[in-house]
Design a protein around this ligand. Sequence first.
Ligand code: BJW
Ligand code: ZN
Length: 243
Amino acid sequence: MKSLETKITVITGSGVSQSSGIPTFRGTDGLWKKYNVMDLATPQAFARNPKLVWEWYYWRLGLVSQAKPNEAHLALKNLESSGYDLVVLTQNVDNLHERAGSSKVFHLHGEIFQRRCIKCHDITSWQSSETFSSSEIPKCTKCNSILRPKVVWFNETLDPEIIRFSHNRLKETDVLLIIGTSGLVHPVNNFPFIAKQGNMNLEMYEFNLELTPLSSMTTKTILGPVEKTFPEFVSKTFKIAKK
Ligand code: BJW
Ligand code: ZN
């Protein structure tokens, strides 16, 4: 059992939310199987056809609004509330970690409930009561320009402050948990290397349905659905406070 002094950092990807009904990107039910990424998840695509991009995001906003955190999100919350120093670095734009109760969640690729004005950069949020049935392009109340989802698309850089924080945290971490990501997208796929450079004794566990390019460097890769494998791993490996 790991002592409560153990510093835990968690990297999550879309696989952690899959059983909550949110499609992954590259899996068999993945979004990229149905949609062309270059038509939807690049700044160039938005400049070309903002209405099409917003339609895709309205559909996904609806899915996220209906979704509930699953056993993997809840196991991470239990780990934190048992007293471990735990930080979640998520590539996901959904808010299921927060809704499960995790308090230190950093969104590397932005948040689907936030919007940003393309002209004055004002940031606003969708209301949780919203139904997302519209297909209108939302407008800025300050300058009347159009809003875009506050997410990170391909060819865009990640927030430098979140990157700096992540690097520092990875270098001082004792246990790295990599949950439900294909490990294909830069720069997050580099994070395990940064953690390993910071601590040669790092323990790294990966949870996925299949092997990934990161699997060769882990202490152990645990194959199977995370909503099952991850809570089992947590209860075997850490001291979990009784609820
Ligand atoms: C389960 C499960 C279950 C399922 N249980 N497991 C050439 C080489 C190298 C890099 C580049 C290159 N050309 C361009 C780049 C850079 C580019 C990049 O990495 N491209 C690669 C794809 C090649 N990266 C960028 O542009 C990034 N910016 C950047 O690097 O800036 C500097 C720079 C700029 C320009 C050029 C070069 C450098 C920005 C990346 C932004 C990614 N954005 C998206 C969309 C976010 C908004 C939104 O959601 O709408 O982020 S794309 C998409 O991929 C999304 C995800 O966060 C991200 C990662 O995907 P994830 O989460 O890993 O999902 P999947 O589907 O890939 O995997 C799911 C996994 O779960 C699978 O393994 C399943 O098996 C598993 N799974 N169910 C267990 N129940
Ligand atoms: Zn504006």
